[in-house]
Design a protein around this ligand. Sequence first.
Ligand SMILES: C[S@@+](CC[C@H](N)C(=O)[O-])C[C@H]1O[C@@H](n2cnc3c(N)ncnc32)[C@H](O)[C@@H]1O
Ligand code: SF4
Ligand code: SF4
Length: 348
Amino acid sequence: MRPEDKGMCLILKPTELCNWNCEYCSSTNLVENKAQKLPIEKVFQFLDRFPKTQGIFVVGGDPLMMSPSYYENLLDYISRKNLETKVIITTNLWDFYIKPEKWLSLFKHPKFEVGTSFQYGLERKISKNLYLTEDLFIKIYNKFTSLLDYPLYFLSVVDDTNEHLAMDSVLLAKKLGTQCALTWAVSSGLQKKPFLSAKMFKIYMDIYHQGLTEYEKTVYDLVKKVGGLDMACPMNRSCGHWMRSLNPDGRYFFCGPLNDDLDSRAELSFEDEIIKGKVLGDVAIHSDWQYLKEECLTCDMFDFCNGCRKVIKDTKGHGLVEDQCTMMLSLRDGLLEVAKDEMAAAVC
Ligand SMILES: C[S@@+](CC[C@H](N)C(=O)[O-])C[C@H]1O[C@@H](n2cnc3c(N)ncnc32)[C@H](O)[C@@H]1O
Ligand code: SF4
Ligand code: SF4
């Protein structure tokens, strides 16, 4: 396939600035000049090169630290070029909560989508002394849904401090009539220790067995994957073919989480791929990130343990390979049972 025809996904980090102080934040070392903002023309250049780009996923920092006109210019460009591209932001929504009128028209744009983040525990911090409570989150959620007519999904980060509360996030999604996505904490920025992905799979299985699959996006996608359908991040080893990430200073990577680490082994040349239009081919993934250990190559848990390059990097880098392996093998029979049930359901 010609690069121009690739349905790419772009992770866009327009700024590192944020009005909150989360203790686990992965995106705190992106740029030296914290006020630096990515010129929108860089994104136009990306779209010129990859006009079939399906989605631009805006994170940060917080996307609402940019002005609405930044995104309006982007949407204008998409419409002038007749592109199918959608713009999807993940934001703490604080600026919207305080000044909804500033954002309303943008949020109503048919090609613009908004998601947010919430998890139980004390680590999601509005300021040094104030954490995001369930009450306040529901107020933000209700303000959003009362002004916009689509459900607001949310992402919940799970780490060693709040794993016992993970299921509560799923129950909250059910209560609110929406979906959450539980995601394991990666070790970047302020988060010093990764959450073992095997522990996360245990939580996903509990969600499945409690009949809550429709309220949690990763289990929902995993069930489709074991039923034979493809899955996006974080369980798709071909991400180097279709994912790119842009840092506020224009540095360019093939993976959003590895971008957070400014890991040069995941960095690509924007000049070569985008400006000169060189055909780079599929990205060569560093040998350290191929698998956790040799035994994985003949193990039927391979995809679960080695689905994400950043997880491989974190698990090896923190000396957690044997912990991961032992726990994953203890889950093996249960996971294969689910896979069998789902494949049978897919055939029916
Ligand atoms: C860096 S934030 C930027 C978007 C926005 N400020 C927010 O918090 O929703 C992007 C997403 O990554 C999540 N996140 C932050 N730190 C993380 C970590 N150490 N591991 C995994 N996800 C993390 C956030 O909760 C959020 O859903
Ligand atoms: S996780 Fe999001 S809201 Fe929290 S500090 Fe990081 S960028 Fe800001
Ligand atoms: S269970 Fe162990 S051997 Fe199998 S893929 Fe996972 S880490 Fe590798």
